[in-house]
Design a protein around this ligand. Structure first.
Ligand code: AHR
Length: 513
């Protein structure tokens, strides 16, 4: 008996000293009120490398099975992943794009040189009608980015009119002549992209003035998204919010402000390989991606000053891993493979966006297919669903669910002088089902997590998992999938408590109902 008391004492002391870290998760279901917009699970497709041409669009005459020119396998995969929203046409490409070159009979459309991405000549066969047709096919909401950098206010206003207007006007006549009688329902419009850089190298003061001018002429019940800061450029956010708020009092011109943040292994100049890395590269990427939390918090604090009721959304419309291109591929095409490490990065960021859903109203991972952290890779008629794809499929349960605030206490996983939480997660509730998504960042050790939900009883529990044998496993053409979604057994909770063992380097979904 004395021995037992002694051991219990030692164990408790170790816990309190942190020598044995106990991972606990408290779910505050009584405080669940914020909606997780399904747009948080959005995607981004730019005219870049093989994203549009060869990825999404192969043309009707292609030998690759297609629906009106769109790859059939990709259409079904995106629908199955429950893609809610797609941003187009850029990116940097957006501020070089003149939409009227991409409408009308295809053989009459002029070609253009994609100056940002490989200098390739494009034939404009994928334009406004094709993009909106594709969105209808995959049942995703469209988000169009207007050209501010090299475009005019008139060009932008006419694009909005062409797409959304019911009036009788030259633009709607043109739309009808091109085969579309009814307007499309396009709510989301970005006004410029990275205007501090490729979108015109502007100062925040100059861009804010220009934004107000462009936004004033984009009529309709639109969700206008201002080109926001690069990573931690808090001054850009401050100036933009300050200058535009005055106008919001009379007519709301800003509904959202974008934020771009990519994850590199080390830095922009040292992006690292997507597949060839060791534990140093593993922790470095996870540590870098977690910096998103500081960005969300600090940018939100600035927005709160001008928009205390959080009516303006923070729109993270470019995020994800940016590694060196795969050896032997065109440098300007940004083609990279996707490993289990990418699954962890996707899982962590989506949990972060969920947990900040009071301000984050949309996010768009870059990019849908064959570019950066893609959900799909294609090679001729072959298709690969990446580990990131399976995370989006797993996390679809959070779309339009209500966020459950959590209190997650875990130890730290440390390596190479870096330290990250061992476990990171988020939770939501929808239709009586509680969904908890958890990432175990430690590549060497399983973590047991004690989940506590007070005041609720559950009749059943289920789970799903994404993991792999090695941290740099990936799915490749012509091979059996190494990283995929599998079912995962979870014990039934008793008195609102359940313990779950998260295997090393895994993304796990626990569902209780
Ligand atoms: O996603 C690739 C590029 O990254 C985009 O075109 C640009 O907006 C960003 O710099």
């Amino acid at each position: 008996m004395k021995k037992k008391i002694f051991y219990t004492f030692v164990l408790l002391s170790l816990f309190s000293l942190g020598a044995i870290a106990q991972t606990t998760l408290y779910l505050h279901t009584d405080q669940a009120e914020t909606k997780i917009n399904r747009e948080i699970y959005g995607h981004f497709a730019e005219h870049l490398g093989r994203c549009i041409y060869g990825g999404i669009y192969v043309g009707e005459d292609s030998d690759i099975p297609n629906i009106r020119g769109f790859r059939e396998d990709l259409v079904y995969a995106l629908k199955d992943m429950e893609i809610p929203l797609l941003r187009w046409p850029g990116g940097c490409f957006g501020d070089t794009y003149h939409w009227k070159d991409g409408i009308g009979p295809k053989h009459e459309r002029p070609s253009m040189v994609n100056v940002h991405w490989g200098g390739v000549t494009e034939d404009n066969s994928f334009g406004t009608h094709e993009f909106l047709d594709f969105c209808e096919l995959i049942e995703a909401e469209p988000y169009i980015n207007l050209n501010v950098g090299s475009g005019t206010v008139r060009e932008a206003a006419e694009w909005v009119e062409y797409v959304t207007s019911k009036n009788i006007s030259p633009m709607t006549d043109l739309r009808k002549k091109n085969g579309r009688e009814e307007p499309w329902d396009v709510k989301y419009w970005g006004i410029g992209n990275e205007n501090w850089g490729c979108g015109g190298n502007m100062t925040p003061e100059y861009y804010a003035d220009l934004y107000i001018r462009f936004a004033s002429y984009c009529h309709g019940d639109l969700y206008r998204i201002a080109g926001g800061p690069n990573v931690d450029d808090y001054n850009w956010m401050e100036v933009l919010m300050k200058k535009t708020t005055r106008h919001n009092r009379h007519r709301r011109l800003v509904q959202g402000v974008s934020l771009h943040n990519y994850t590199f292994t080390n830095s922009w100049g040292d992006k690292g390989s997507a597949t060839d890395f060791d534990e140093k590269g593993w922790i470095s990427v996870l540590n870098n991606t977690l910096k998103m939390e500081t960005l969300l918090e600090r940018h939100s604090t600035i927005m709160d000053k001008y928009d205390p009721n959080k009516e303006i959304g923070l729109i993270v419309d470019e995020w994800g891993n940016w590694f060196n291109v795969e050896p032997g591929t065109t440098p300007g095409f940004l083609y990279q493979q996707n490993t289990l490490r990418d699954a962890l990065v996707a899982g962590i960021n989506l949990n972060l966006f969920n947990n900040h859903a009071d301000r984050v109203k949309m996010s768009n991972i870059a990019q849908t297919v064959n570019v950066l952290q893609s959900v799909i890779l294609t090679k001729d008629e072959e298709i690969v669903l990446t580990p990131t794809y399976y995370v989006f499929k797993m996390y679809a349960v959070h779309q339009d669910a209500t966020l459950i605030p959590i209190n997650l206490k875990s130890g730290q996983y440390k390596y190479d002088g870096k330290s990250v939480p061992s476990v990171y997660g988020s939770a939501s509730t929808k239709d009586g089902v509680v969904s908890i998504t958890l990432c175990n960042l430690n590549p060497n050790k399983a973590e047991t997590i004690d989940i506590n939900i007070t005041g609720q009883e559950f009749a059943s529990s289920t789970g799903q998992i994404i993991t792999a044998t090695n941290m740099n496993d990936y799915n490749d053409f012509g091979q059996e999938e190494k990283v995929t979604l599998k079912s995962f057994s979870v014990k039934k909770p008793k008195n609102g408590k359940v313990s779950v063992e998260l295997p090393a380097k895994s993304v796990v979904l626990v569902q209780l109902q």
